[in-house]
Ligand binder design. Structure first.
Ligand code: NAI
Length: 471
């Protein structure tokens, strides 16, 4: 398409969850929206992140189910894995969702512009490369949603043969025999869990004294135990210094301990914002020392009419659904409608390892650090009838409430879960915490029997003073 000048109500730079949510929400309010994307709408989440990773975690779940088929009376024989088929299935899921999203954008008459967008000092958007290179888009409001990319480590050059980040690893068609995962955060633990379930020998190398650092310690302990049971070798306080390729793979060197020999390395040590080249000098948009965009609670940046949403916003969780929520706040502000800022302390978190982890609100440690006197109740899944039926009893629900002057549990501060399908169960906890319910109020609501969600209900009853099964 020849270079064009076009006018819109809103121009969005970046077509990931933050950007496409801004485009869809804005268009459904009647705004004329253009979205600039250099690759494919859907962004990291759909093409190189959440969706493909969860698809492979489901592949691992099917593998676990097959391994336990004998418990239910089925003979399956030896399980052989053709990961190329798993890869094709993942791609079919991604492609189907991409088609759906493209159709949604077209249906709402969102203009999709192909190339890299750059905000100029006069706050117009220039397309610097790609099919629409040279085009200039103007609008009274611009939303920066360029996302993030994996951070890399010195001494670990990504070559997609020996060293991968999530970007390259999710395209693999043959599984390695052994792998080291550097970084025991959300991405590292999801990869480690998936690979171990598929029979790969996995070592996790985490620099800090524990894995899953942002999680409540009781929940992280359940996951850590389960990972060890799967055979994952978890090494904390690990200081990786580089790697030495060998005939069969590579050997990771560590400060103060023996090297770890593996087929390949997956680096998952966090993500950095895609703000290189995004802003011409003089836009007024402020970046922090690490290159993230500084935004206020209504997602406004330092430049009038310029908003930022998603992974590139400073000091906010890098979660697709947080990007969705921020996009709605930004568009409402653009429409001059009252917007409720995202309460980052109370957003839902979901890690899809086995066991799954899901939480929202404060951990017990953070609640205490902030000066709350707390009442805490925990209920393991071991006694839950549905958990026994599905044969997956490893896990716990932990609920934290503010302690009232009389010692009873008051407002709920945090809900933390590890165990079967907890990413699907967190919704009730999320509502309870965000509705600022007390333990009694939330406990008065009924959970179906038999269901996994009864463990949450039971924990609330106990917290409110009298549990049926938990004291
Ligand atoms: P992360 O920040 O969650 O974890 C990175 C881990 O790497 C930390 O534990 C850190 O201590 C460790 N680390 C850093 N440098 C290291 C080094 N040199 N050697 C060893 N360990 C080192 O980042 P991650 O897992 O890469 O995820 C990126 C972002 O994506 C996070 O914000 C995460 O929350 C989000 N995400 C969320 C998911 C979910 O909620 N299901 C799934 C995937 C990602």
């Amino acid at each position: 398409m020849p270079a064009q000048h076009s006018n819109h109500d809103v121009v969005v730079i970046g077509g990931g969850p933050g950007g496409y949510a801004a485009a869809l929400y804005g268009a459904s309010a009647g705004l004329n929206v253009a979205i600039v994307e250099r690759d494919k709408v859907g962004g990291t989440c759909l093409h190189r992140g959440c969706v493909p990773a969860k698809e492979f975690l489901e592949t691992a779940h099917v593998h676990r189910t097959l391994r336990h088929a004998g418990d239910f009376g089925f003979t399956t024989g030896q399980i052989t894995t053709d990961f190329a088929v798993s890869q094709q299935r993942k791609q079919a899921v991604v492609d189907g969702l991409f088609k759906g999203l493209s159709g949604l954008l077209a249906g709402r008459k969102v203009t999709v512009v192909t190339g890299t967008g750059r905000l100029r000092a006069d706050r117009t958007v220039e397309i610097v490369d790609g099919d629409d290179a040279g085009s200039i888009l103007t609008a009274p409001s611009v939303v920066l949603a360029a996302g993030s990319v994996p951070r890399t480590l010195p001494g670990f050059e990504v070559d997609a043969k020996l060293v991968y980040t999530s970007d390259e690893f999710l395209d693999l068609s043959v599984l390695p025999t052994s792998a080291a995962v550097i970084g025991g955060g959300a991405i590292g633990c999801e990869f480690a869990s998936m690979l171990a379930d598929m029979g790969v020998a996995v070592t996790v190398l985490e620099a800090l004294p524990s894995i899953l650092v942002g999680c409540d310690t009781d929940v992280a302990a359940v996951a850590q135990r389960a990972f060890k049971k799967k055979g994952i070798d978890i090494r904390t306080n690990a200081k990786v210094t580089g790697h030495v390729p060998s005939a069969s793979g590579t050997s990771i060197t560590l400060e103060g301990s023996d090297p770890v020999a593996v087929d390949c390395v997956i680096v998952s040590v966090g993500r950095r914002p895609c703000t290189d080249g995004l802003l011409e000098e003089g836009t007024g948009v402020v970046l922090d020392a690490r290159g993230f965009v500084v935004a206020d609670p209504l997602m406004r940046t330092g430049a009038p009419g310029v908003y930022a949403v998603g992974d590139l916003v400073a000091g906010t969780p890098q979660l697709a659904h947080v990007g969705f929520a921020e996009a709605i706040v930004a568009i409402k502000d653009i429409l001059n409608e009252p917007a409720v800022p995202v309460d980052y302390d109370r957003v839902p978190w979901a890690i899809y390892s086995d066991p799954e982890i899901a939480f929202c609100g404060l951990t017990e440690a953070v609640a205490r650090e902030r000066g709350y006197d707390v009442v805490v109740k925990k209920d393991p899944f071991a006694g839950n009838s549905r958990a026994r039926i599905i044969g997956d009893t490893d896990g716990v629900v932990k609920v934290i409430a503010e302690r009232r002057a009389d010692g009873t549990a008051g407002q709920l501060l945090g809900v933390h879960m590890a165990g079967p399908w907890v990413t699907e169960q967190l919704g009730a906890g999320y509502y309870a915490v965000n509705w600022e319910a007390t333990a009694e109020e939330a406990a008065a609501l009924i959970q179906p029997h038999p269901s996994l969600s009864e463990t949450f209900g039971e924990t609330l009853l106990a917290l409110a003073g009298r549990g049926l099964h938990v004291a």
